[in-house]
Design a protein. Structure first.
Length: 402
């Protein structure tokens, strides 16, 4: 598995007969990318680097069934190349071109609203690579190796450096994505992280940000909501002076916006929010277990809460009240009465103890397990818990008859 690009993706290269297009098309082919053609106005009907050349994207898509494109054309023509690709059904558009004017990219972004299936990566980006399968762009194959670490970066050079370091450390990558450093981009950190969240192969995530803009802060907000991915983030440009552009057009600090410090704080806050959530779950379970542990002592003082409305309606304790008494019997070692009150009580008791142990270990070590669950897995946990409570209550009422 991977995101955006795999061995079955059919790729065309816009600007394939140019110097850069030729070189990188050959590099893409060496990796194993299924390059099915290219475009170069006026050279349609010829063959280049072993694939057919077409005058337009429309002709290329019709003849090859391409669904992805790499754009290697000069800045004056790149906006039209992006829009042409989108208009002809290309779903993944990777624009490597640097130096596209901001006003042109504003026009492109507005145009792409009419083609929601088209995903633009870039411009001014190194592209992406799924190691061992395919690549579109200029990321060297030698820095990548197959594995389970997702990498997303604004900086091209840092993409190569971090990819190489991961490979040298034996940590292969599922997909490496360079989103580019221009102020107006296609896919953002948030978009790419959401894709990695849905990829079962990806278990870890590396985020390489830089000064300028607020894209990293939005990514941190997404991660703060809960992520199954073990994430590490790096922000470059800490020594950049305010108002000075550092490399990328988007790497510029304006006031308090876009500073390395603000981005670092956003990621630290995201980590803290996850720990607070775990602490809340741990605290809630701990309070309930303490209450069940002293339940009979409280009962002996004749301080008894009135039955809940559920009891008046059905003549039986509600699942929560029955579970509380079942847990209280488990603390006394009376498994038979625990089962009588709640058939699945002992299993739920053991599961609660184990869950608290896992949460406690995560809080102590900083390796919380709750963010590693996907939204689907969280739904399964919730549905499983509700189902266990319902089944136990049905068994108690209709099977045991008490």
């Amino acid at each position: 598995m991977s995101i955006l690009l795999d061995a079955n993706t059919r790729v065309i290269v816009q600007g394939i007969t140019g110097r850069e297009g030729t070189f990188h098309a050959e590099q893409m082919q060496e990796v194993g990318t299924k390059v099915v053609g290219g475009t170069s106005p006026g050279k349609g009907g010829t063959t280049h680097v072993g694939v057919p050349v077409f005058n337009t994207v429309a002709e290329a898509v019709k003849a090859t069934g391409a669904n992805a494109s790499g754009i290697f054309v000069p800045p004056p023509f790149a906006p039209d190349a992006i829009m042409e690709a989108a208009a002809n059904g290309i779903e993944l558009i990777v624009c490597i071109t640097e130096g596209i004017p901001i006003q042109d990219m504003i026009r492109v972004k507005d145009y792409l609203r009419g083609y929601p299936r088209a995903r633009l990566l870039g411009p001014n980006c190194p592209g992406l690579i799924t190691p061992g399968a395919a690549k579109i762009g200029i990321i060297p194959q030698r820095v990548a190796s197959p594995g389970s670490v997702g990498l997303v970066s604004r900086s091209g050079t840092l993409t190569y450096e971090v990819g190489s370091a991961l490979t040298a450390a034996g940590m292969g990558q599922s997909t490496i994505v360079g989103i580019g450093g221009d102020p107006i981009l296609g896919l953002t950190f948030k978009d790419v992280i959401e894709l990695f969240e849905k990829d079962p192969q990806t278990t870890h995530l590396v985020v390489i940000g830089e000064i300028g803009g607020s894209d990293e802060e939005r990514a941190a907000e997404l991660l703060a909501k809960g992520s199954r991915l073990k994430t590490v983030a790096f922000i470059s440009g800490r020594t950049a002076p305010e108002g000075k552009r550092m490399g990328h057009a988007g790497a510029i600090i304006s006031g308090n916006r876009g500073t390395a410090k603000s981005k670092e704080e956003a990621f630290r806050k995201a980590q803290g929010d996850q720990r607070l959530r775990d602490l809340g779950i741990f605290g809630g379970l701990a309070l309930w277990l303490v209450y069940t542990r002293v339940f009979w002592a409280i009962h002996a003082t004749h301080f008894v809460l009135p039955p809940c409305p559920f009891y008046y309606l059905t003549g039986h304790p509600c699942p929560f009240c029955g579970g509380t008494r079942s847990f209280a019997y488990m603390w006394e070692g009376d498994i038979s009465d625990a089962v009588r009150l709640y058939p699945l009580g002992p299993a739920m008791f053991a599961g609660t103890i184990l869950g608290m142990g896992g949460l406690g270990a995560g809080l102590i070590t900083g390796r919380s397990w709750t963010p590693r669950l996907t939204p689907f897995q969280w739904r399964l946990v919730i549905i499983g818990g509700i189902s266990a409570v319902a089944v136990s209550w049905v068994l108690k009422v209709f099977v045991l008859g008490n």
